[in-house]
Ligand binder design. Structure first.
Ligand code: ADP
Ligand code: ASP
Ligand code: MG
Length: 401
């Protein structure tokens, strides 16, 4: 008997049959004597469909109104799931983010959770009800609905688990756990039994959308025991936890992220302070820069290239254009047709051979590397987007087979 938080993603509740399947699984956990809090996402492609609806009317709609719209997807799911559990004859209640009191900052469409109130949750659990909570949403100090960013229901679940001191937070999805690469296109990827918070955080941040990166950050901070499992079978999933590094594989995962764009400032004056001017301009405007390369200057000019998310590209170009008299680049070029391909593993610290092996895999596959970045537990390269999946497969084969 314990307190279990479960989260079911969009594909797990995409139609009536799947909703009933999830309801049965929840009831099973409840009948074992557990207190059960469930977080659920919008059904299937609902969120994408809602975005499309908004685009038809106003592609530049405010983020506040987008949040109002997108949060409705999860509100549908919680009601349907509660109805399914009612049908199975167990006590249940569905709640929106604001009914629970999921308090966030004011950053619409990418809000961060400040606090989760627990009074209502405890109250419902005391009444022995199964509690179904809408994921992905919260409320800010203006009493406006906010959303947590795409994939944010995972973070809702971990936040509730942390606030309630749950015994476990189970993330149910359409794969059996966290794999060494996206099993959708890497056929011989295999499931990991466990993975450290740090490795999972890197993988999630570098494009492995099986978990929202903030959920991993939060799980680590509040010591939430996190499990990723399939909602369609009973296979043992993957545990995300503090893992002892001894005897671990060098590389734990390979991933790619298509959400990046490259900007190149060519022929920039080769004087001190240029990089500072460019990157402070971007950071002051809330744009994060990821991979960076600067060519060796020839005393007259140098080139500076960097990547931003696709969503920030237009804004970044606009800022650079506004400050062109200061930056004085001979030419500014950009491309969205790039992808970041990364390997992650805590075991690669101080292992110089890992980078070489990764580059060799790309060489063998005739894939050109545009940029490289390394840190203690990851190596990322920028490649043309058309090559990204092939790059992941080639690197995965090299390390894992
Ligand atoms: P949900 O709707 O349940 O939140 P998501 O689509 O957000 O599901 O996440 C699950 C998907 O993540 C899987 O279908 C899989 O294609 C993808 N994925 C990407 N990288 C990985 C990985 N390393 N391990 C497992 N799944 C991954
Ligand atoms: N429904 C939201 C999305 O599609 C949140 C989530 O699924 O976690 O991004
Ligand atoms: Mg998800």
């Amino acid at each position: 008997m314990g307190l279990v938080v479960q989260k079911y993603g969009g594909s797990s509740v995409r139609d009536a049959e799947r909703v009933m399947n999830v309801a049965n699984r929840i009831v099973e956990t409840y009948d074992q004597g557990n207190n059960v809090v469930v977080v659920v996402s919008a059904q299937g492609d609902t969120t994408d469909d809602l975005i499309e609806k908004a685009q038809e009317i106003n592609p530049k709609a405010s983020k506040r109104e987008m949040d109002m719209l997108l949060s409705s997807g999860e509100q549908i799911s919680v009601a349907l799931l509660a109805m399914a559990i009612e049908k199975l004859g167990r006590p249940v209640v569905s709640l929106t983010g604001w009914q629970v009191g999921v308090q966030t900052d004011t950053k619409y469409s990418a809000a961060r959770i400040h606090k989760v109130k627990t009074e209502r949750l405890h109250d419902e659990l005391d009444k022995k009800r199964i509690v179904i909570v809408a994921g992905f949403q919260g409320i800010n100090k203006y009493d406006d609905i906010t959303t947590l960013g795409r994939g944010g229901s995972d973070t809702s679940a971990v936040a509730l688990a942390a606030a309630l001191g749950a015994d476990v937070c189970e993330i149910y999805t359409d794969v059996d756990g966290v794999y060494t690469a996206d099993p959708r296109f890497v056929k011989n990827a295999f499931k990991l039994d466990d993975i450290s918070y740090d490795e999972m955080l890197e993988l999630a941040s570098l494009g492995a959308n099986v978990l929202h990166n903030r959920s991993v950050e939060m799980a680590k901070k509040y010591h939430v025991k996190l499990a990723v499992k399939s909602s369609l079978n009973k296979v043992e999933g993957t545990y995300v936890k503090e893992v002892d590094q001894v005897e671990k594989m060098l590389v734990r995962g390979v991933t790619r992220d298509n959400d990046c764009a490259r900007i190149a400032l060519c022929g920039v004056e080769d004087t001190p302070g240029k990089a500072f001017q460019v990157f402070s301009l971007l950071s002051k405007n809330g744009i994060s820069v990821d991979l960076i390369i600067q060519s060796i200057g020839n005393g007259v000019t140098k080139d500076i290239s960097f990547t931003v998310t696709e969503g920030d590209l237009d804004h970044a170009l606009q800022l650079i254009e506004e400050k062109k008299d200061l930056i004085k680049a001979e030419k500014v070029t950009w491309s969205k047709d790039v992808s970041k391909v990364s390997i992650v593993g805590a075991g690669m610290v101080n292992n110089a051979g890992v980078a070489t092996t990764m580059f060799e895999a790309l060489y063998d596959a005739h894939i050109n590397i545009n940029m490289i970045a390394t840190s203690e537990i990851k190596i990322s390269v920028l490649v043309d987007q058309k090559d990204a999946e092939r790059a992941v497969v080639a690197i995965h084969d090299k390390f894992m087979l």
